[in-house]
Ligand binder design. Structure first.
Ligand code: SF4
Length: 211
């Protein structure tokens, strides 16, 4: 029997990237189910809606208007042995970006979580743990996106980050909490003022009403 990958509800769809360096780029999202990170108050639906082989995933992608980028996300995509999936997507000519909480350097099948020839074309890390935590292990990549206010993440815990190890570093006010939204924006502005190597980000997809 062929190996399958768990897919979340509404797991394969076209949209436009709403955060970070690829903001505004049309892409296809591929959302794998499951997450071992265990953030308190997580509201992402990462239940398993179906299981698909790599060939079935590629076939689903081909049914959509073709986008240059596939954005692999979760849940936590590195919970799964995804080496064959990433290889197949790149063989099909897609650029592959991956969003991870940065909790492991290698997946179960020995696939290295990194950008470049042996990884993905774009690696976005949104840590859910402060730099002092040994649960945040991926400390370099295309972009670091700290979402201030998301499940207790506080940008002021990230002052020691080595920005040289990242293509770009973003501090993004969490859009979810209308009551404290402006407070979070102000704190992020103060942060980029103090640390100008960082950029102020936005969760534009929330404002656009996109998934
Ligand atoms: S990493 Fe994301 S999906 Fe996983 S528990 Fe945390 S917020 Fe939820």
């Amino acid at each position: 029997m062929s190996k399958t990958h768990p897919i979340s509800p509404s797991g394969i769809f076209n949209t436009v990237q709403g955060e970070g360096q690829l903001l505004g780029v049309p892409m296809t999202f591929l959302r794998l189910a499951g997450c071992s990170v265990g953030c308190p108050g997580c509201d992402t639906d990462y239940t398993v809606a179906e299981r698909l082989t790599v060939a079935e995933i590629v076939e689903r992608l081909q049914r959509l208007r073709r986008r240059r980028w596939v954005w692999l996300t979760g849940g936590e995509p590195t919970d799964h042995p995804i080496g064959d999936l990433v290889t197949a997507l790149r063989r099909e000519g897609y650029l592959v970006a991956m969003a991870t909480a940065g909790v492991r350097l290698e997946t179960k099948d020995g696939w290295r979580v990194c950008e470049g020839n042996v990884g993905v074309d774009f690696l976005s890390v949104s840590p859910h743990f402060p730099p002092s935590s040994d649960r945040w292990v991926v400390r370099s990549g295309s972009q670091l996106n700290v979402v201030h206010g998301l499940n207790g993440v506080n940008v002021n815990d990230f002052t020691s980050v080595d920005v040289q190890r990242w293509g770009s570093c973003w501090v993004t006010p969490c859009w979810y909490h209308p009551g404290t939204r402006m407070e979070k924006v102000t704190e992020c502005v103060e942060f980029v003022d103090k640390f100008p190597a960082w950029r102020l980000g936005i969760q534009a997809h929330k404002q656009w009403g996109l998934a």
